[in-house]
Design a protein around this ligand. Structure first.
Ligand code: NAD
Length: 358
């Protein structure tokens, strides 16, 4: 298959591309605008593969995107490009509306025209996979409740509202035009190559530098954490074997309060890096509670039984094994994250960096 991946220079997109190039015989066309969150240095291990190509294109640019379809003739689309950080959506929602809603609309329309032009066998085999989040469901009140594929949408932030909107567009393009779509809604991801503005990498890197570890509110917001490589595997399973028109929830069965996650990171750092920055006796003393995020959802938790029963996917990592791997990855890959922190990764946007350098 030739798979067009949008947002392939991001955290999850790069894991998907590494998964496809390393574990299958499929080819990938990575379409990415390279916003602050796009980092081609996350793709160094696959960038020289003959089965990998990069297109520096904004999904909101209709003509440029149409030309990508004409030149590469994909068999499937995996749509991950999005503005993805909730705090940024609160500070400035416009880009979320543009990329997540209008960009998805553009992509759907271009895909539909392309799909209509295919010979019937290719039309039947074609898939459009929209990658979304559990945040579209809002938050859960009861401690035993879980999000299922039929939970009503009730997004709380500009980010989740824009993702909910794009999910509805995808569903409508399937119902109205017959476009062969599949949708996945996944819980919080963590793992290697995660941009250091997100909770887990932020805590690891701040602790190593002896900086405070800011935790929103009382830290009791519960998230269901999934190791990013498990998510990449789930997404490939869905695009290759999912049923047209279906939605699959993807989760790790790993519910943890944010404060628990931060405590676990501190304990792992005590084990791996006992020599702490000057003046600090234990990493946990760096934890600082800060004012809560407006509209902050209290609890997310996914019922992932449908994808397990119907497609046979299960996560390989527990939170304990995945977070150990993640902390160890950040400790061994300072070159990757220091170039993100000092902005140097932006100078290498078009992939001129030699793979040997990192
Ligand atoms: P990310 O922010 O790390 O990466 C997004 C990528 O999209 C970046 O490479 C960026 O350059 C690219 N991009 C942004 N705007 C674009 C545009 N207009 N045109 C082309 N490319 C553009 O995001 P992520 O964490 O990898 O998330 C990927 C997808 O998965 C998103 O759709 C997100 O909503 C969804 N998701 C994320 C999580 C999570 O925990 N991170 C959980 C569930 C679902």
């Amino acid at each position: 298959m030739r798979i067009l991946v949008t947002g392939g220079a991001g955290f999850i997109g790069s894991a998907v591309i590494r998964h496809i190039i390393n574990n299958t015989t499929d080819s990938v066309i990575n379409v990415d605008k390279l916003t602050y969150a796009g980092n081609l240095e996350s793709l160094l291990e696959v960038k020289n593969s003959e089965r990998y190509e990069f297109e520096h294109v904004d999904i909101c640019d209709f003509e440029a995107l149409r030309s990508v379809f004409e030149r590469h003739k994909p068999d499937a689309v995996m749509h991950l490009a999005a503005e993805s950080h909730v705090d940024r959506s609160i500070d400035g929602p416009r880009e979320f509306i543009e990329t997540n809603i209008l960009g998805t609309y553009n992509l759907l329309e271009i895909t539909r025209a392309y799909w209509n032009s295919l010979p019937s066998e290719q039309r039947d085999a074609f898939r459009f996979h929209h990658v979304s989040t559990d945040e579209v469901y809002g938050d859960l009140e009861g401690t035993d409740d879980l999000f299922t594929e039929s939970t009503s949408y009730a997004p709380s932030s500009p980010y989740s509202a824009s993702k909910a909107s794009s999910d509805h567009l995808v569903r409508a393009w399937q119902r109205t035009y017959g476009l062969p779509t599949v949708v996945t809604n996944c819980s919080n991801n963590y793992g290697p190559y995660h941009f250091p503005e997100k909770l887990i990498p932020l805590m690891i890197l701040n602790a190593l530098e002896g900086k405070s570890l800011p935790v929103y509110g009382d830290g009791m917001q519960i998230r269901d954490w999934l190791f990013v490589e498990d998510h990449a595997h789930a997404l490939y399973t869905v695009v290759t074997t999912g049923q047209v028109g279906e939605t699959y929830n993807v989760g790790g069965h790993n519910e943890k309060a944010n404060i628990e996650v931060v405590n676990i990171i501190c304990e792992l750092l005590e084990e791996f890096v006992p020599a702490k920055p000057e003046g600090i006796k234990e990493y946990k003393e760096l934890i600082t509670f800060v004012s809560d995020r407006p509209g902050h959802d209290v609890r997310y938790a996914i019922d992932a039984s449908k994808i397990e029963k119907e497609l046979g996917w299960k996560p390989a990592e527990t939170f304990e094994s995945g977070i150990r791997k993640t902390v160890q990855w950040y400790l061994s890959n300072e070159k990757w994250w220091s170039r993100v922190l000092n902005g140097a990764y932006k100078g290498e946007r078009l992939g001129s960096l030699d793979g040997g350098e990192l």
